[in-house]
Design a protein around this ligand. Structure first.
Ligand SMILES: [Zn+2]
Length: 418
C-alpha cells in the first residue's frame, strides 16, 4: 500500500518539474543532499538513511576488529588455526561459499575465530566476520554454520550497523523521544534481525546449504531456553518467533537449493527472488531524481520508525499478557522426582482465556552466572485446571542445591488459545 502511494506522489512531482530550468538546478542540489545522507539499499534498491560511506565504514569496522586481534595477542590467547586447525578450515570453507553468493562478493572478506565460551558471531560493518569458538562446536553441521555466517554478513549488506548509528543521530536531531526508550530500540533491532535472517537464509540456499538449517537452530534454542518473554528486554526476536519465521522463509527459498552446489543463477536471484524484487528505476538527478531520492529516504526512515513503534507495542502487550497470567498461576506443590529432576504442580486460578504454548521456567544464579531451565507444557490449559511442569537439570546441579542458589520459578511464555 505504501509503495503505490509513493509512486503516485513521485509521478506528480515529476510532472511539475519537467521543463523548468531553475527547478532542475534545485533538484540537482537535492540529489546531492540525498546522496550524502542515504545510500541505496543493496537488496531492494530503495534508499535507506546513512551518513557514512562504504570505505569509511570498512575503515571504522576493521579498526575495531584489529583492536580485538591485538588484544588476543597481548593476552596470549590463540586465534584462527591456532585454536583448532580443522575448525578454522571448516569456517573458512563454509564462509567462502556464503560470501561468493552474497551482495558483497566483490569485497575481500575474512573470518576471524576467537576463543570464547559463548554462542556468538558478529560483524562490525567492515570486512571481517568474528566467530566465537563455542559456536563452532554447538552448531550441528555446515548448513547451520552457513546460516549463522549468512545472517552476519547480511547485517553489513543491509547496512544495519550504520543505519542504527544514523537513526540515533537523526532522532536526536529532531528530538524524537521514542528513540530514547529501550523498548523502542529493542524493537528497531528486531526488524534488523528479521531482515538479516531472511537475507542469510537466501544465501544458504544459493550456496548449496539446506535453507531450513536456520529454523533448526531456533527450534533447538526454543526447546532448551524457551522465550523468556517477560523476563527482560529482548534485542532479538524471541526464539519461537525466529523459528517460525525462519521455517517459512526457508520453505520459500527451498527451490533455489541444490545440495553442495552454488546455484548457477545465484547472481540474478540476488536481485529478483521470492522474497524481494530490486527496483533499479531511480530517476536521474535533474529530472526529479533529487526530490525522489530525498522523499524515499525520508519515507524509508519514517516507515522504519513506524514499524519499530508497532513492534514495540506488540512486544509490550505480549509481555504484559505473560505477567498477568503469571500473577494467577499458583504453585500447588514442588517435589523432588530424582537427584536432577524437579516436578512442579500448578493451578491456573482465574477466569481468563484458555492457555496454550505454556513454558514454565526456573532461574538461578550459580558462580555469578544466571542459569535458566524450561519445561514445555503440552496442550491446552483451561481456567481452574491443574497442570504439571517437570524440570530436568544438568548432572552438575542437584535438586537439593536449588535453595542454595535462590532458584525461582517463573512463567517463561504463554499464549491465549484462539
Ligand atoms: Zn543479528
Amino acid at each position: 500500500m505504501i509503495r503505490s502511494w509513493r509512486i503516485g506522489f513521485v509521478a506528480l512531482i515529476l510532472v511539475a518539474l519537467s521543463g523548468c530550468q531553475a527547478l532542475q538546478k534545485v533538484d540537482q542540489g537535492l540529489y546531492q543532499v540525498a546522496e550524502s545522507v542515504s545510500e541505496r539499499d543493496r537488496i531492494t534498491g530503495r534508499r535507506s538513511l546513512s551518513m557514512a560511506n562504504r570505505s569509511a565504514q570498512i575503515e571504522q569496522g576493521n579498526a575495531y576488529v584489529e583492536k580485538i586481534i591485538a588484544q588476543e595477542q597481548k593476552n596470549k590467547r590463540p586465534i584462527n588455526a591456532a585454536i583448532s586447525r580443522t575448525q578454522y578450515q571448516r569456517l573458512v570453507r563454509v564462509f567462502d561459499r556464503i560470501h561468493q553468493v552474497s551482495h558483497l562478493k566483490q569485497e575481500r572478506w575474512q573470518p576471524l575465530l576467537i576463543k570464547r565460551n559463548s554462542f556468538n558471531a558478529f560483524t562490525t560493518g567492515g570486512t571481517y566476520i568474528v566467530v566465537h569458538s563455542q559456536l563452532m562446536t554447538d552448531l550441528k553441521d555446515d548448513a547451520e554454520l552457513a546460516a549463522v555466517l549468512g545472517h552476519e554478513i547480511a547485517h553489513t549488506v543491509a547496512n544495519h550497523v550504520y543505519e542504527r548509528q544514523t537513526h540515533a543521530q537523526v532522532s536526536a536531531l529532531v528530538g524524537s523521544n521514542s528513540a530514547g526508550r529501550s523498548g523502542y530500540q529493542a524493537a528497531f533491532t528486531h526488524e534488523s534481525e528479521r531482515e538479516a535472517d531472511r537475507i542469510g537464509i537466501l544465501y544458504t540456499a544459493l550456496a548449496g546449504y539446506d535453507p531450513l538449517a536456520a529454523s533448526r537452530i531456533w527450534q533447538r534454542k526454543y526447546t532448551q531456553e524457551g522465550n523468556a518473554r517477560a523476563l527482560f528486554h529482548h534485542d532479538h526476536p524471541v526464539n519461537a518467533e525466529r523459528y517460525q519465521e525462519a521455517k517459512a522463509v526457508g520453505t520459500k527459498v527451498l527451490p533455489y537449493y541444490k545440495k553442495n552446489q552454488i546455484n548457477p543463477r545465484a547472481a540474478a536471484l540476488l536481485d529478483n527472488n521470492v522474497l524481494w524484487q530490486k527496483n533499479n528505476n531511480e530517476v536521474a538527478a535533474g529530472e526529479g531524481g533529487g526530490v525522489t531520492a530525498l522523499l524515499s529516504t525520508a519515507l524509508g526512515a519514517y516507515v522504519q520508525h513506524q514499524q519499530a513503534k508497532g513492534e514495540e507495542l506488540r512486544q509490550l502487550q505480549q509481555a504484559n499478557f505473560v505477567k498477568s497470567v503469571e500473577s494467577v498461576l499458583k504453585v500447588e506443590s514442588t517435589r523432588k522426582a530424582g537427584s536432577h529432576l524437579l516436578d512442579t504442580r500448578w493451578r491456573y486460578a482465574a477466569n481468563g482465556p484458555t492457555l496454550t504454548n505454556v513454558v514454565m521456567g526456573l532461574y538461578l544464579k550459580r558462580n555469578g552466572k544466571i542459569e535458566r531451565y524450561v519445561s514445555h507444557v503440552n496442550g491446552y490449559i483451561k481456567p481452574g485446571q491443574v497442570f504439571t511442569a517437570k524440570f530436568s537439570l544438568p548432572n552438575s546441579l542437584n535438586v537439593d542445591d536449588l535453595k542454595k542458589y535462590s532458584a525461582k520459578l517463573y512463567l517463561d511464555d504463554v499464549q491465549a488459545a484462539r
